[in-house]
Design a protein around this ligand. Structure first.
Ligand SMILES: [Zn+2]
Ligand SMILES: [Zn+2]
Length: 149
């Protein structure tokens, strides 16, 4: 496993005043870095793949999905938790309150980030039987038939 992403997720030192980047982030972000695939689109759309600076998931988090409020600015985030040794937000969506968002809203946001992460499509059809979508760049499947993040 690469060490750099793990270090980047380490808690901020107590001497650093609480800050966040919520207002600079788009409506949804993802962190697919742990995966083996090189996501060529992440460099072109970096805002969608930034870490949530105002949200820390402590070691005790075992839920795969969780609502959290940023302590610095009050923004609510609905988070799909990556259950690593240190839990981290695999995917996060801005919400108005602690209630989970509609599944269709989550799915459409994940599809959008999936397309961005791959840097778009290849000129060829998705291999999934009966699917007429373009395949994602570097893949054999489309955004509907490839799990992301
Ligand atoms: Zn915030
Ligand atoms: Zn497809």
């Amino acid at each position: 496993m690469c060490l750099a992403p793990a270090l980047a997720r380490a808690p901020l030192s107590a001497t650093v005043s609480p800050m966040c980047n919520c207002s600079q982030l788009p409506f949804a972000v993802a962190d697919p870095e742990e995966r083996s695939f090189a996501f060529s689109g992440m460099a072109y759309f970096p805002k969608y793949f930034e870490a949530l600076e105002g949200i820390e998931l402590d070691e005790g988090v075992v839920a795969s999905q969780i609502s959290r409020r940023c302590e610095a600015c009050g923004q609510w985030w609905w988070i799909v938790v990556g259950l690593d040794e240190t839990p981290f937000p695999l995917f996060a969506l801005k919400t108005l309150n602690e209630n989970p968002p509609e599944p269709t809203l989550v799915a459409s946001a994940q599809s959008f980030l999936c397309i961005l992460a791959h840097g778009g499509f290849s000129p060829g059809r998705c291999r999934h039987k009966g699917c007429a979508n373009w395949k994602l760049s570097g893949r054999e499947l489309c955004h509907l038939h490839l799990a992301f993040p």
